[in-house]
Design a protein around this ligand. Structure first.
Ligand SMILES: Cc1cc2nc3c(=O)[nH]c(=O)nc-3n(C[C@H](O)[C@H](O)[C@H](O)COP(=O)(O)O)c2cc1C
Length: 187
C-alpha cells in the first residue's frame, strides 16, 4: 500500500512527522515530497533532526522539481495523498490545477484519478482568496482538514493534538480500521 505525503511550508511541520509515523505503523510505503519552505519550517519548528527523521520513514523522497517522478503519473498506484501541513500557496496551486511542482502535481493527480486527497490547510486568519481556494479544492473532491484541536477530547499537550489531527488525516484515506481516538459519547 502506497501513500503520497506532501509537506509544504505552512506552520505545523510536526504534522508531517505525525502523519508519517501513523502511516509507517500501518506498513504503508510513503512517497515523500517536500517544498523548500517545508524544510525550513521543519527545522524552525521541530529541530535540525526533523528532516532526517521524516526521510527515514519514507520509502522514497522525491525532488519537488522532478515532474517525471512516479507520483506525477496517474498510472502509479497510490491509495491517496495527504498534504501536511498545506500552505495557502500550495492550496492555491492545487485549487487552480497549476501542477507547478511535484507536490501540487501529485495532488492534482489524486483529484483527476478520484483518489482521496487530504489537505491540512493552515493559515489564520483566512482571506477571501484562501476561503475560495478551499471551496474550489473541496468542489473537486479534496478533503479540507484544518489542523485545529479536537478540544472535546481534552488534549493535555501539543503533541497529543498533533498526533490526533494526523490520525484523522490518515483515517480519511480509509486504509483500514480507524487510527484516531473516537468520541465515546460520555464527555
Ligand atoms: C515559520 C514560517 C511559518 C509559516 N506559516 C505559514 C502558514 O501557516 N500558512 C501559510 O500559508 N504560509 C506560511 N508560511 C509562508 C509559506 O512558507 C510561503 O507562503 C511559501 O511560499 C509556501 O510555499 P510552499 O507551498 O511551496 O511550501 C510560513 C513561513 C514560515 C517561514
Amino acid at each position: 500500500m502506497r501513500v503520497a505525503l506532501g509537506v509544504s511550508g505552512a506552520s505545523g511541520a510536526a504534522l508531517a512527522l505525525a502523519c508519517a509515523r501513523h502511516l509507517a505503523r500501518l506498513g504503508t510505503r510513503i512517497d515523500l515530497v517536500l517544498s523548500p519552505m517545508a524544510e525550513r519550517t521543519l527545522d524552525t519548528e521541530v529541530g535540525p533532526d526533523a528532516l532526517r527523521e521524516l526521510e527515514g520513514m519514507a520509502a522514497r523522497r522525491h525532488d519537488i522539481r522532478d515532474l517525471g517522478a512516479t507520483i506525477a503519473s496517474g498510472s502509479h498506484p497510490v491509495a491517496g495523498m495527504i498534504v501536511a501541513p498545506c500552505s495557502m500557496r500550495s492550496l492555491a496551486a492545487i485549487a487552480h490545477g497549476l501542477d507547478d511542482n511535484l507536490l501540487t502535481r501529485a495532488a492534482g493527480v489524486q483529484l483527476k484519478e478520484r483518489r482521496p486527497l487530504v489537505l491540512l490547510a493552515r493559515e489564520a486568519p483566512l482571506t477571501l482568496a484562501h476561503l475560495r481556494n478551499m471551496t474550489a479544492a473541496a468542489e473537486m473532491g479534496a478533503v479540507i482538514l484544518p489542523p485545529v484541536p479536537a478540544f472535546y477530547l481534552r488534549p493535555h499537550s501539543v503533541d497529543e493534538i498533533v498526533t490526533q489531527i494526523a490520525a484523522r488525516a490518515v483515517d480519511l484515506l480509509r486504509l483500514g480500521p480507524p487510527v484516531a481516538a473516537a468520541w465515546d459519547g460520555e464527555g
